[in-house]
Design a protein around this ligand. Structure first.
Ligand SMILES: Cc1ncc(COP(=O)(O)O)c(C=O)c1O
Length: 274
């Protein structure tokens, strides 16, 4: 948001990486005591590292009680709103003042296609209004004039891709994509749980699954996979320890691909210690 680290107050999370409600109260009181003017609270839906959704209902109430703007970073997981089955962790998002959501993550729209949604559309103009006599004739809202609602002056109309898919297929296409991708993560979690040498960070709530091989150097394991293939895998560091991650974005990923990735990681782990 352009405030830098000094303009952001980090809030301690619970073991599952959800914002700790008590820590939130404490952080707010501490910041206020230090003379900071707190203006917004941001919830994650979901975190990129672990796929954890914050308790958005709790954050919405906190924002309401403290007269704060409530923003939801739903870049990754807000897309689950299209799924009857998988929208449950988004409960409370409807109370947000603004939501960011990527259509290019779970919804199959070519990158880049990010949406920024406001509860009150006039806020979009207020946030980005600029004085530029050579461009603007008036202060009026003009739905077709994107330069009044973005940082950029020249911008491709990203919503055309969203509109085109919606018109051609309806939202059911997105529901089936979300359900399939979240199902891939659940399938991976089951496969991991069946292998005793593996540890799952948490049951997936989205298309992200976070796991590690017990007793192994998981960072080295990932490097070995990148170097020797044939799969690609990402990682994160939680409390100083490396975990592996898969984010399923391809609906054509089969159960056999998931098993093959784990088999290959086990093979590479043996090579690393031999
Ligand atoms: C929660 C979250 N916020 C923001 C971003 C950044 O999104 P983008 O790469 O579309 O700018 C990501 C991307 O992984 C994300 O998962």
């Amino acid at each position: 948001m352009g405030w830098g680290a000094a303009g952001t107050v980090k809030v301690r999370t619970l073991g599952n990486h959800q914002i700790d409600p008590e820590a939130l109260q404490e952080a707010h009181a501490e910041a206020t005591d230090q003379g900071m003017e707190v203006i917004a609270v941001v919830g994650n839906a979901c975190t990129t590292s672990t796929g954890t959704f914050d308790d958005l209902e709790m954050l919405a109430s906190f924002a309401q009680q403290n007269d704060l703007w409530f923003h939801v970073d739903g870049a990754h997981g807000a897309a689950q709103i299209f799924s009857e089955r998988n929208k449950v962790p988004l409960k409370g998002m409807e109370r947000a003042d603004s939501v960011a959501m990527d259509f290019h993550k779970m919804l199959g729209v070519p990158a880049l296609c990010t949406g920024l949604f406001y509860r009150d559309s006039s806020d979009a103009y207020a946030a980005f209004s600029q004085e530029a006599a050579y461009l603007y004739e008036n202060e009026q809202e003009e739905w077709w004039n994107l330069s009044k609602r973005t940082f950029e002056c020249t911008k491709r109309m990203l919503s055309v891709a969203v509109f085109g898919i919606w018109e051609a297929h309806g939202h059911k296409l997105w529901e089936s994509l979300v359900d399939r991708l979240v199902n891939r993560a659940h399938t991976a979690a089951r496969a991991i749980a069946q292998r005793p040498q593996w540890e799952l960070f948490a049951q997936p709530q989205s298309n992200i699954v976070c796991f590690r091989l017990k007793g192994a150097d998981n960072a080295a394991l990932r490097h070995a996979m990148l170097e020797h293939g044939p799969h690609y895998i990402v990682k994160t560091v939680l409390n100083g320890e490396t975990w592996l991650r898969c984010t399923y974005q391809n609906p054509l990923t089969e159960d056999s691909d998931i098993e093959a990735l784990l088999d290959r990681l086990e093979e590479l782990a043996e090579l690393l210690v031999s």
